[in-house]
Design a binder for this molecule. Structure first.
Ligand SMILES: [Zn+2]
Ligand SMILES: [Zn+2]
Length: 251
């Protein structure tokens, strides 16, 4: 099936591009506000007592921190929107491996494609993140994110725009390498935002029982990333712990 949806938009027209960009900006920002706001409401308001002994923050965030996180999150959204438009242009011109019809590939490939994407994304993030801590010229862009030591749901998108660009640019690149169904992409985008919120919300939500022991060992959660904000030379991973384990950077 051809990507009729994308082919019906005139991406050579500046006004259309601008309108698409504004729409993407609004969608990304609204989705972020909705997800982070709901997450905060569930774990810090509704189940506050239940999760009281699982809170990670040692101090309440200051108004200055919240203002900075909101401002940087909006800047990040500007960048994510731009990369989103660039992706649409690449897609329309046939440079990506995005497919619309789920049966274009075997159905078992659908979950596998999401996993492949996440492993590749995690690998890219681990190394770019580690380099942001090692190289001075990159570190200055990452410092904005680390100004939040006691992280909040709003730390999730709180990056210097240059860092946001580094974070987002891998998506169109991976979409040109890994064949992904459009719904797999939507799931990935959701997982990406959720994982960022879970890891920064300042509350450990993954159960500590033996059933989840394996999961917590290999999948990064709030505790793992909270440690990174306090011990900056440890725990660089994004979704999985294997790079930290392999490179002996796990706390
Ligand atoms: Zn860092
Ligand atoms: Zn962080």
């Amino acid at each position: 099936m051809t990507a009729s949806f994308i082919n019906n938009i005139d991406l050579t027209d500046f006004k259309t591009l601008l309108l698409l960009y504004l729409m993407l900006f609004a969608i990304i920002l609204f989705r972020y506000a909705l997800l982070s706001g709901s997450y905060y409401y569930v774990f810090h308001v509704v189940f506050k007592k239940k999760y009281a002994d699982r809170m990670l923050a040692t101090k309440m965030p200051t108004a200055k921190q919240i203002k900075r996180e909101v401002r940087l999150s909006v800047y990040s959204t500007f960048v994510f929107g731009l990369v989103g438009v660039a992706l649409l242009v690449l897609w329309q011109n046939g440079y990506t491996k995005i497919y619309m019809n789920p049966t274009d590939y075997p159905l078992w490939y659908f979950p596998i494609s999401i996993l492949i994407f996440m492993v590749l994304h995690d690998t890219y993030y681990y190394w770019i993140h580690k380099w942001m801590h090692e190289y001075k010229w990159l570190r200055r862009y990452h410092l904005d994110h680390h100004k939040s030591v006691n992280t909040t749901v709003l730390t999730s998108f709180s990056f210097h725009p240059v860092e946001s660009f580094f974070q987002a640019i891998i998506l169109p690149i991976l979409f040109t390498i890994v064949p992904l169904n459009i719904f797999a992409i939507l799931i990935i985008l959701l997982l990406m935002t959720f994982s960022a919120i879970i890891n920064h919300a300042g509350v450990e939500v993954y159960p500590s029982n033996s059933l989840f022991r394996g999961f917590r060992k290999y999948v990064i959660g709030a505790t793992h990333h909270d440690i990174h904000h306090r011990h900056v030379q440890k725990n660089f991973g994004l979704y999985f712990t294997f790079w930290d384990r392999l490179m002996k950077t796990e706390y």
